[in-house]
Design a protein around this ligand. Structure first.
Ligand SMILES: *Cc1c(COP(=O)(O)O)cnc(C)c1O
Length: 401
């Protein structure tokens, strides 16, 4: 199916093979049923012993999933050429953690990009460190070669970076890592495999917070790690002994979300760019942090590597303190105030980089505001933001920005 277009692949993914491990109950129904299970009953001792010898061959125990979870895993694997398999996790952050714990052991060193999702930084500082794994945070545009140590076991990539949207040179990082037999883990939540395939670029672990665009409707928490044949066995074992599993209702919702991922990303990416361009021309806006804009520092790499933009970006205000941003953020009609992103509804969030950057400059020269653009009509979103920026400007009286 990898020779078909992305939306054709999304329509077929996880449907052909997903049933092969379980009894074929599909009976013509398009989607898998939601199979709730902890105990699986075996007919006799011989059947139990046979299952024990090969627990991946069929239904075994609820923690190993049912055809509902298998269908989602198979679909995500099919989206990345050369991938060997996918495991599901109860959150995106749990997926990042599982990938790193598969690649490292005590005594190792890891490189984590300075613009990584903040809980990933916390995992390094609060968990890896006491377990004997040291971390160097590196600037997103750094040449990682000279930063590799004899005990470096993994490099965490996240591109574009969380909150500040720096684009990384993934092929260069992968080449440096492969030359030294270092594993690469990429948090690909912003792009999803539709806009960038980490596995096709040689990355070992492709991680997604399915909570965001794949779920797409702000109603589920889940993460996934897709990996290559080299790592698949170890990822499965480590994830299993860590006790990770997801419920079938959430897997069903994620699979349902996945079917329309292409359409939603197309629309949300295009609307996001329309809003970003409008913001660029606004007198209160100093900068828009969006790699699909031609004057963004990451634009050349973005155009080279990505199939298009998703709908998450930020902008920097020209003047004012954080307390002033309430005039913009409060009272918007179409932007909810809240964490997460990637749903069908637009969100706005003030961004604070101080304390979560140690290898790069935290200041972008003004207050940063992040937007997750939803499926509303961009003309309405722009009118809403225009009114908000008028309220913002009014706080400064006649003074010009
Ligand atoms: C949200 C997010 C995560 C974590 O996902 P959860 O499901 O909220 O745990 C990981 N990485 C990135 C880039 C994210 O934006």
């Amino acid at each position: 199916m990898t020779d078909h277009g992305p939306n054709t692949r999304l329509t077929h993914a996880g449907r052909a093979d997903a049933w092969t491990r379980g009894p074929d109950m599909a009976a013509g129904i398009v989607n898998p049923p939601v199979w709730h299970a902890s105990t699986i009953l075996f007919n006799d001792l011989a059947a139990l012993d046979a299952a024990r010898k090969n627990p991946d061959a069929g239904l075994y125990y609820g923690r190993r999933g049912t055809p509902t979870q298998w269908a989602l895993e198979a679909a995500l694997t099919e989206l990345e050429p050369e991938a060997a398999g996918t495991k599901l996790y109860p959150s995106g952050e749990a997926a990042v953690v599982a990938a790193l714990l598969t690649a490292v052991k005590a005594g190792d060193h890891v490189l984590i990009v300075d613009s990584a999702y903040e809980p990933t930084r916390s995992f390094a500082n609060r968990f890896l460190k006491p377990f004997g794994v040291t971390t160097t945070f590196y600037p997103p545009t750094a040449d990682v070669g000279p930063l590799l140590q004899d005990n470096t076991a993994a490099i965490l990539i996240e591109s574009p970076g969380s909150l500040s949207f720096e684009v990384q040179d993934v092929p260069a990082i992968v080449a440096a890592a492969q030359a030294r037999n270092v594993a690469t883990v990429m948090d690909n939540t912003w792009a999803t495999p539709l806009l960038f395939s980490p596995i096709a670029h040689g990355v070992d672990f492709s991680v997604q917070a399915l909570t965001k665009y794949t779920g797409g409707h702000s109603d589920l928490m889940m993460g996934s790690v897709t990996t290559t044949a080299k790592w698949w066995g170890r990822l499965k074992t480590r994830s299993y002994v860590l006790g990770y599993c997801v419920g079938p209702d959430d897997a069903y919702l994620a699979l349902r979300g996945l079917r329309t991922l292409g359409l939603r990303l197309d629309r949300q990416g295009a609307s996001g760019l329309t809003v970003a361009r409008w913001l660029q021309g606004h007198p209160e806006v100093a900068r828009v942090l969006h790699p699909a804009l031609p004057d963004d520092p990451g634009h050349a790499l973005f155009v080279r590597d990505f199939a298009g933009p998703s709908g998450l970006f930020a902008f920097v205000l020209r003047r004012g303190e954080r307390r002033h941003t309430a005039a913009l953020i409060d009272h918007l009609a179409h932007f909810g105030i809240g964490f997460s992103w990637g749903g069908y509804e637009s969100l706005i969030l003030p961004v604070e980089l101080a304390g979560i950057r140690t290898a790069t400059e935290a200041s972008k020269g003004g207050q940063i505001v992040r937007l997750s653009i939803g499926l509303e009509d961009p003309v309405d979103l722009i009118a809403d933001l225009a009114a908000g920026l008028d309220r913002y400007a009014a706080q400064f009286g006649e003074e010009q920005p």
